[in-house]
Structure formats: C-alpha cells, structure tokens
Design a protein around this ligand. Structure first.
Ligand SMILES: Nc1ncnc2c1ncn2[C@@H]1O[C@H](COP(=O)(O)OP(=O)(O)OP(=O)(O)O)[C@@H](O)[C@H]1O
Ligand SMILES: [Mg+2]
Length: 282
C-alpha cells in the first residue's frame, strides 16, 4: 500500500477558534501504479484531502500512512523523505513558487534533497523540457510569467524531484486547450511507461473519463463514491453527485436515442470511432 487514510478528519481553525471540519472520517487505500481522479463540487474537500498525501496537512483525527511513515496528531514525522516520494502540484501554483528565477525554482527540490548544483540543474532542465517550458523563460522571475507558464513551472519543480507518486490538484487549470492536452499526455505517459502513481483532482469530466481508471467523488467532506470509472456513470446516486457526464457518454446516449445505436460506455474519441465503425459495418 502506498497511501492509506484511516478514519481521517481535518478541521481548519477559524479566526475566533471555531473549527470547520473539511474532511470527515475518510478511509482510503491507494496502491502504487494507480491512476485515480478525485472530483466533486467546489468546497467538497478535495484539496484538503490531497494535501494530506504529502504531509502538507496533518490529520486532526485518525492516521495517514504514506509508505512506511505514519502521520497523526500524536506522531510527528520527518517530512522530507515523504516529500521526496510524493510530489504535490498545488491548485494555485503561485503559492508554490518563490525563487528568484524559474530555473532556480525548479532546481530547489532536487537541491534540497542533497544533489549538487550541477546535478540539480540537469534534472531541472530535463523537467523544464518535459513540460514544454521555453529556455528564454528560465531566467525570468516566476512571478513575471503567465498563469499557464506558472503552472508548468510548478509541475516541472515536482517532476525534477522524480517522485513515485504525483498528486496534481487541478493541473490543467489556466492552461489553453493544447497545453492542457500536452500536460495530460505527459502525466499519462509517466503513469503508463514510467509506473508513476497519479492522483488527479479535476472538475473536467472529459479528462477524467479519458485518463483515470478509478474515480473518487467527494461531497461535503466525505467520499460518496470510490470505484472503477466504468461504474460511476451507472451508479444509482450519480444524479446527486452534480457531475457532468463526459462528452463521449452524452454522444453515445444521443446516438442511441436518435438512431438506435446500441449504447455502450466509451471514454474517448478513438473508442467511439472504433465502435461506430464496428456497429455500422454489421
Ligand atoms: N485555509 C482554510 N481555512 C479555513 N477553511 C478552509 C481553508 N481551506 C479550505 N477551507 C474550507 O474547507 C472546505 C473544503 O475546501 P477544499 O479547498 O478542500 O475544497 P475543494 O473541494 O478543493 O474545492 P475547489 O473545487 O473549489 O478547489 C471548504 O468549505 C473551504 O471553505
Ligand atoms: Mg481545491
């Protein structure tokens, strides 16, 4: 098991010492090699949940086990071995950036884990190339670039540390459609060819349909669905989750209604084309 939540709750403290319980009694097991999407309404607790996965937040109740490390209110842990294995890309990348230049920012993680300047630079340049950051950006301040570019810098900073698990909180937010496609392709490649575990928070049901294998739906701080992507859309409570259906499923429903094509759950355009060729050649 890579990450395990045992009865985890987390409360934010308000200004007047009142508490707000943002996640409640969460039980969750994540294995290495999974591609999981987490979705749900705004404010349902997704970011709070994932910030426990690399010890950015510590549970108010219960335990989070991350590989051999156990985190709870009572058990404090050294954070850096956890951060080396689980990289988190924040929902708001500007919170993640702080160095003078883009390159220094991407080098920060590897340097912090003991690599020399030269080694860290090598890893940073490789990561910058992977996320499609142009060389001329590398000497700029990370605060004088566009939101989409900041997003790429934050992603590169995490990739440069070569973590086993990548936790991505709305990583395509602020990217144009092409950029969004490119980074999703990169994450899928890391999952598919490099055996990385991917945990993706997203509101984009088309992206989730296309890439995730398992989906977790959150509502009001609780997990209300955790299962195979194929089982989500036919779940009896689906309408209560306030989620959009992926375009491919809407299309299949439409084709079924209008021209009687037998309905099938399909999750990307290639599958739809292949299926339509099959049924129309019969
Ligand atoms: N720093 C904070 N202090 C107090 N309350 C917070 C804080 N961060 C989040 N919350 C509250 O906790 C709840 C869960 O927030 P969280 O950011 O985890 O939701 P989310 O599902 O990620 O939402 P979104 O889709 O908008 O990103 C919300 O009601 C939010 O207002
Ligand atoms: Mg969030």
């Amino acid at each position: 098991m890579a990450i395990q939540f045992k009865d985890v709750s987390f409360s934010y403290k308000g200004i007047k010492a009142e508490q707000y319980e943002a996640i409640k009694n969460i039980n969750l097991n994540i294995d290495e090699g999974e591609f999981i999407a987490i979705c749900g309404k705004t404010g349902s607790g997704k970011s709070t949940l994932v910030q426990h996965m690399n010890a950015l937040l510590e549970p108010t109740k219960g335990e989070v086990c991350i590989f051999e490390h156990t985190l709870s209110k009572k058990r404090k842990q050294k954070i850096s071995p956890i951060r080396k294995r689980v990289g988190l890309v924040f929902q708001f990348p500007e919170y993640q950036l702080f160095e003078e230049t883009v390159l220094k920012d991407i080098m920060f993680g590897p340097k912090n884990f003991g690599l020399t300047n030269e080694e860290a630079k090598e890893k940073a340049l490789k990561a910058a190339e992977l996320v499609g950051l142009k060389e001329e950006l590398l000497e700029k301040s990370p605060f004088r670039i566009s939101g989409g570019q900041m997003r790429r810098v934050a992603i590169a900073g995490i990739l440069a540390m070569e973590p086993d698990i990548l936790v991505l909180d709305e990583p395509t937010r602020g990217l144009d459609p092409q950029g969004s496609k490119e980074v999703m392709k990169l994450f899928y490649d890391l999952y598919d060819r490099h055996n990385k575990t991917i945990i993706l928070v997203s509101h984009d049901m088309d992206i989730i349909a296309k890439y995730a294998k398992r989906v977790i739906v959150m509502d009001d701080g609780c997990i209300v669905f955790d299962g195979k992507k194929e089982d989500l859309y036919c779940h009896s409570d689906f309408d209560t989750f306030s989620l959009a259906k992926p375009k491919t499923i809407e299309l299949m429903e439409y084709l079924n209604k209008e021209i009687n094509i037998p309905f099938k759950y399909l999750f990307n355009e290639e599958e739809v084309i292949k299926y339509l060729k099959e049924v129309t050649h019969e």
